[in-house]
Design a protein around this ligand. Structure first.
Ligand SMILES: C[S@@+](CC[C@H](N)C(=O)[O-])C[C@H]1O[C@@H](n2cnc3c(N)ncnc32)[C@H](O)[C@@H]1O
Length: 183
């Protein structure tokens, strides 16, 4: 799967893009019904969405990503793979209405605001204040969704998830968590 991307993108995979075996488990949980619409919150070069769209052809996968260059890589990979059930949006997640989607995937997208090294690139502003702001925005958006909404978190702290999301499954010593909104 990494081979659909240029070398410089492949080199970022181990740290920044979801491995395929994680995608497989997450996609299974996130598609309880046919035609489910799933949003990857911070989709990078689209690796999660593309893998999941291949595995679940009856579901629709959407990625929102702030870096336009990564969205271009995602779109190119989508065309190479010939997948019809996946789309990428180039904007900040704060601008998106989450109520348009059924279920969500989140791979600790804001962490780069807390570190000085190992960033994807230096093209976006990263600060601890933005880390807090994005987490608050995400929390509010998740709070506003309907009961039954599913969420998969990977490498993400529990205190960023509203309390009405019940933990349904935990894998890999808690690195991968499956949640369902109960209220
Ligand atoms: C760890 S990568 C995960 C990529 C993808 N979800 C995957 O699993 O392969 C997180 C991505 O979130 C993006 N991101 C971070 N903050 C964002 C924001 N506020 N709005 C949109 N994208 C954001 C970053 O640019 C980065 O590409």
């Amino acid at each position: 799967m990494n081979s659909v991307y240029p070398k410089k993108i492949q080199l970022l995979a181990s740290q920044h893009w979801t491995p395929l075996h994680i995608t497989e488990m997450a996609a299974e949980f996130l598609t309880p019904e046919k035609n489910a619409k799933i949003l990857d919150i911070g989709s990078g070069v689209g690796k999660f969405c593309l893998g999941a769209a291949y595995l679940k052809p009856e579901a629709y996968f959407f990625g929102v990503e702030q870096r336009s260059e990564l969205v271009s890589h995602a779109d190119l990979a989508r065309k190479l793979l010939g997948l019809k059930n996946v789309r990428f949006l180039n904007c900040n997640l704060t601008l998106l209405d989450f109520r348009r989607y059924d279920h969500f995937y989140f791979f600790n997208s804001f962490y780069e605001n807390l570190i000085d090294t190992d960033k994807i690139d230096n093209k976006v502003k990263c600060t601890p204040a933005l880390y807090n702001y994005y987490n608050q925005q995400l929390y509010k958006k998740l709070e506003g969704l309907k009961p039954g909404t599913r969420l998969v978190t990977y490498h993400t702290l529990e205190d960023h998830i509203p309390p009405d999301y019940q933990l349904a499954e935990s894998h890999l010593s808690g690195l991968l968590k499956f949640w369902i909104k109960i209220l």
